[in-house]
Design a protein around this ligand. Structure first.
Ligand code: TRP
Length: 333
């Protein structure tokens, strides 16, 4: 059976190196390995927290541009915007009748995002994981590449799928397998390597944005947190050196290599030597991507064309799936 892969990102802010190495690069590999891939820009999710109305459209295009610049090939993969496929909202409602409040209340991401005033959080934020389950089940995705933080949401999607199948006595939904993108490519903050590189961290110096120019990339790497010791020869000696480990991880991922190989090359060398090498590599890898992204952002008609084609492909799966699901549930048609 060919794998059917689905994954998505929210158009909530600019992408950074962690999103590229931890997610996008894997998406491209799965696509090139011949999986049937659906990659979405989930704008309906993006409005579950306060957002700027006038920025939504460009943010959506920017994520799509980043997918393409990062190697998602719109001829191979369906690259679509969530809101352009009505099935997502429709499926969400149908699944909302299956999902249990008690389980949703246990979602740690909701608790984090809602903060202290849970009673003021919107229903949409609470139901976020149900919409995500809809994204996945709508395409009968077999594999869902996600980061660690989305594991719980994926568990819920599996749970909803099996509850539905049991309740209606069908083998309708497929249980999606999480495809947890490895710790091997987990990119940490350049300022505090105990934290994930994140778009919400206050200091912009903590992350490398896909839109940063060469000088900025070099500067951020030069200032990245490390320690005074030279790089070791053995990986296990990086155990308590989070900053050093992070830079070695980034180097290995950018070079399509592994950490052992990086240490073989740079063991015994000081950061004053390693950091410029890393900066050169990062610029060499990211500059063409940034360039392509900027080109696309300058040609919105081109992005929109790609997204329109993606919507057609996504709908070819999603629309019949909605019809079938409603039939199973006993609706008039
Ligand atoms: N919640 C995911 C995130 O923030 C984004 C997302 C929405 C998603 N729907 C999805 C990821 C479906 C994978 C599959 O990262």
């Amino acid at each position: 059976m060919t794998k059917r892969i689905l994954s998505c990102m929210q158009p909530t802010s600019h992408l950074h190196l962690g999103n590229y190495l931890g997610a996008l690069k894997n998406w491209v590999r799965l696509q090139d390995e011949g999986g049937e891939c659906f990659y979405g820009v989930v704008d309906l999710h993006a409005i579950t927290q306060p957002y700027e109305r006038d920025g939504l459209l460009d943010a959506t295009r920017e994520i799509a541009a980043a997918y393409i610049a990062g190697g998602v090939d719109p001829d191979k993969s369906a690259l679509f915007v969530q809101s352009s496929v009505p099935g997502h909202s429709q499926m969400m409602w149908l699944l909302a009748t299956i999902a249990q409040m008690g389980k949703l209340e246990r979602m740690t991401q909701f608790k984090d995002k809602a903060g202290k005033h849970k009673e003021r959080a919107g229903l949409g934020l609470f139901a976020y994981p149900v919409l995500m389950a809809a994204d996945i089940l709508l395409y009968r995705a077999t594999h869902v590449p996600v980061g660690d933080d989305q594991k719980q949401h994926l568990e819920l999607a599996r749970d909803i799928a099996s509850t539905f199948n049991t309740r209606y006595n069908v083998a309708h939904f497929i249980q999606p397998e999480p495809y947890i993108m490895g710790a091997a490519t987990r990119v940490m903050s350049l300022r505090d390597a105990t934290q994930k590189m994140s778009k919400s961290a206050e200091s912009d110096m903590s992350r490398i944005n896909l839109t940063d120019d060469a000088d900025m990339i070099a500067k951020k790497i030069r200032k990245a947190q490390t320690d005074p010791e030279p790089l070791p020869y053995a990986l296990k000696e990086l155990e308590n050196r989070a900053g050093a480990l992070n830079l070695v991880t980034i180097y290995a991922a950018l070079a399509d290599s592994d950490k052992e190989a990086v240490l073989k090359e740079f063991g015994g060398k000081a950061f004053s030597e390693f950091k410029p090498a890393l900066a050169d590599l990062a610029v060499a890898r990211l500059a063409p991507m940034t360039k392509r992204m900027n080109e696309l952002m300058g040609d919105k008609a081109e992005i929109d064309n790609i997204l329109r084609k993606g919507a057609v492909r996504a709908r070819a799966v999603a629309d019949p799936m909605i019809a079938e699901t409603m039939e199973i549930m006993g609706f008039w048609k």
